[in-house]
Design a protein around this ligand. Structure first.
Ligand code: 5AD
Ligand code: SF4
Length: 437
């Protein structure tokens, strides 16, 4: 087609694992001598790192491709990556002639080579899930935000009946212990103060008989690393060892994202969730016994096929019983190829809309209550970036609240603040007078 691109842009959609993959693809391309295009500037290569989890994912990706056409009719080299690439494969080339290459989430270590092929006019597709890990072929970490992502586990063996992940990301695999520790050390060397361990089922991580709790304890010994988090966990893999780590490992932050999806046992059964409302609440109880101030977060789906008003009421009761500090809620979206997509009793869109509104109102009320409960407490904030106003910085509390604070501290610093005011989505912190001096 044209010459090898000199500049690139990566647009990541969806989950944090895609953000991590986007960072790694950027490092790979930079290794080839390409530079990241500045914000707003034109790029020779655009990588669309897509998400397939909900609502018209493929259509959205194709319309993104359409938008990349320049005013003079030309376009950059376009790579379709991520989960839509995995799901569509070669079909993507047929549907959109503008797509130059298609690379799945387990094959992106081949991106530079594929970009070179595409520049010569080929249209390569790689959606293989090779036994050899892509991680082995990636360059060393060179840059890290104060809070850095580190993927330790990928894929899913759970097969919830609504979910595409087992098909787009493949079977559960855990990265080896040594690789993770090496990457964590490298991240800390280049600026990370917090590491967020990522996996579709992060708490299913296992290597040579060691589990996530062992890994967290080893990471906690890294000098310079101040905070550890992990996401996303499955209730079934919430081991006693991991719960105990929350009681004992000071660097492990008091926050747990533990999706429940529904509060109704019959819906949970139809979703193939291998836990009940009661068994989920028992985990929450054990977690709170280990770490009383833990902030809880979750995911919910409303309008799963067959969901009655009574089922939905059970979901609202679950929200009240847990008292989430935050939670994500979604309308059920039939994903082609998943068992739920062809179930009877699909729920009407208006019913879903109305349930989603009621659920979100309930979640928001708990979120505000949680934020208000922290007003007046003294805590520590990891400063991550500048705020809108002069002198204002933004960071996170241990409970993952976004906190605005006036301070001369820089990104990466940890500052002591008093949480002075609560909003629905963020907190205001003040540096106590004697410490400000
Ligand atoms: N429809 C709606 N929400 C979904 N999720 C996963 N699959 C679907 C679907 N088909 C939600 C779940 C999951 C989160 C990442 O996305 O709540 O935990
Ligand atoms: Fe989207 Fe799930 Fe793929 Fe993440 S793993 S990009 S959320 S489909």
């Amino acid at each position: 087609m044209t010459s090898i691109p000199k500049s690139f842009r990566i647009k990541s959609f969806g989950c944090q694992m895609n953000v991590y993959d986007g960072e790694r693809m950027a490092e790979l391309l930079a290794d080839q001598g390409m530079t990241a295009a500045a914000d707003g500037a034109d790029a020779d290569l655009v990588v669309l790192n897509t998400c397939h989890i909900r609502e018209k994912a493929a259509e959205k990706a194709y319309s993104e491709v359409g938008r990349l056409k320049r005013e003079d009719g030309s376009r950059p080299l376009i790579a379709l990556a991520g989960c839509v690439a995995q799901a569509e494969g070669a079909e993507a080339k047929r549907r959109s002639p503008a797509i130059d290459l298609v690379v799945g989430p387990q094959a992106y270590h081949r991106l530079p080579e594929m970009v070179a092929q595409a520049s010569r006019g080929a249209r390569p597709v790689d959606t293989d899930m090779p036994a050899i890990s892509k991680f082995d072929a990636l360059p060393k970490r060179r840059r890290a935000a104060p809070s850095a992502f580190l993927t330790v586990q990928e894929g899913c063996d759970k097969f919830c009946t609504y979910c595409v992940v087992p098909y787009t990301r493949g079977a559960e695999i855990s990265r080896p212990w040594e690789d993770i520790l090496a990457e964590a050390h490298a991240l800390v060397e280049v600026g990370a103060r917090e590491i967020v361990l990522l996996g579709q089922n992060v708490n299913a991580w296992i290597n040579d008989g060691r589990g996530l709790a062992d890994l967290i304890r080893a990471l906690a010994r890294i000098h310079g690393l101040a905070r550890i988090r992990y996401t996303t966990s499955h209730p079934t893999d919430m081991s006693e060892a991991l719960i105990a780590a929350h009681a004992e490992v000071e660097k492990l932050m008091p926050y747990l994202h533990l999706p429940v999806q529904s509060g109704s046992d019959s819906v949970l059964r139809a979703m193939n969730r291998s836990h009940t409302a009661k068994s989920y609440l028992e985990i929450i109880d054990r977690m709170r016994a280990a770490r009383p101030d833990i902030a809880l977060s979750g995911d919910f789906i409303v309008g799963f096929p067959g969901e009655t008003e009574e089922d939905f009421q059970a979901t609202l009761s679950m929200v009240d019983a847990v008292g989430y500090a935050s939670a994500y809620s979604f309308k059920y979206s039939p994903r082609p190829g998943t068992p739920a997509a062809t179930m009877e009793d699909q729920i009407a869109p208006e019913v879903m809309d109305e349930r989603l509104q009621r659920l979100q109102a309930r979640i928001n009320a708990h979120q505000i209550a949680f934020n208000q409960s922290k007003v007046g407490s003294d805590t520590r904030i990891l400063i991550e970036r500048r705020g809108k106003h002069a002198g204002q910085m933004i960071g996170h509390s241990p409970w993952l609240q976004s906190v605005h604070v006036e301070t001369a501290a820089a990104p990466g610093d940890i500052v002591e603040v008093t949480l002075a005011a609560a909003g629905p989505n963020s907190m205001t912190g003040v540096v106590p007078a004697k410490k400000a001096a």
